[in-house]
Design a protein around this ligand. Structure first.
Ligand code: 1GP
Length: 240
């Protein structure tokens, strides 16, 4: 079984995918069984785990606890090498290709190798592109890089294509967690025109209409975190 092959076949069939992003730091372990029931009975297809924590055990504890409660693939979306947990199914091996900070282009990846060697994680090379959204996001602060301005569609499309040509298997357009504005739909459409690999879009998507618009514009997989954290009814809204 391969998480990436499943994403590829969904794309080929034009089946749209939805990942819930769970931040280990904000997770309430007491509610885990209700929470996973909600996930299992929804249109969610993937569970992403990641956040800004650098506490080694927190991510591992969460992944271990989730694993027996769901059949959905658990994919690490790490903010740091300390978030690598061997109990997950796969890891997005991110390279921040919108930025010019060597630490997040290659240095962290080198650091990760000695940890990955001791796991069976499926490693999915992913070009990560930060898009301006109206406010400074955590990723921007942590990585000390600037997002690409939201009107520069061709720069984003060329960056995504360069990622593909470098061998990335996924491109992730990120407006940032809690973004005021999601990635513009026109930008998703533009990027999609010349991209062959699956496109992930996330950041600031808070309702079902925005989710469907992102799919229609060309997102193959959408990532939503904040709406699940802040809106108790979001699971219900997705069913409508
Ligand atoms: C952040 O794209 C994800 O990395 C999800 O963002 O929390 O705004 O849904 P939200």
């Amino acid at each position: 079984m391969s998480v990436y092959n499943d994403i590829l076949s969904a794309k080929a069939k034009q089946d749209k995918l939805l990942a819930i992003l769970i931040d280990p730091d904000k997770f309430n372990f007491k509610l885990i069984s209700q929470f996973t029931d909600n996930i299992n009975n929804s249109i969610i297809t993937h569970i992403f785990v990641g956040g800004s924590t650098v506490e080694v055990e927190v991510t591992q504890k969460l992944v271990k606890a989730l694993k027996p409660l769901t059949r959905l693939p658990i994919i690490l979306f790490p903010g740091d090498v300390t978030q690598i947990s061997q109990d997950a199914d796969a890891i997005l091996f991110l390279s921040l290709i919108s930025g010019r900070n060597p630490k997040y282009l290659i240095e962290k990846q080198i650091e990760a190798v000695s940890i990955l060697k001791h796991t069976n994680l499926e490693v999915i090379p992913t070009g990560y592109i930060l898009i301006e959204n109206g406010k400074e996001t955590a990723v921007q602060k942590v990585t000390n890089t600037l997002p690409i301005p939201s009107m520069l569609h061709s720069l984003v499309a060329d960056t995504a294509k360069a990622g593909e040509l470098l061998g990335k298997k996924l491109i992730y357009l990120e407006a940032g967690s809690g973004a005021l504005q999601p990635v513009p739909l026109a930008m998703i459409k533009f990027v999609k025109q010349d991209l062959k690999i699956p496109l992930i879009v996330g950041g600031g998507i808070r309702n079902k209409t925005q989710l469907q618009e992102a799919y229609k514009a060309g997102a193959d997989l959408v990532v939503i975190g904040t709406a699940f954290e802040q809106n108790q009814d979001f699971f219900e809204e997705l069913k409508l």
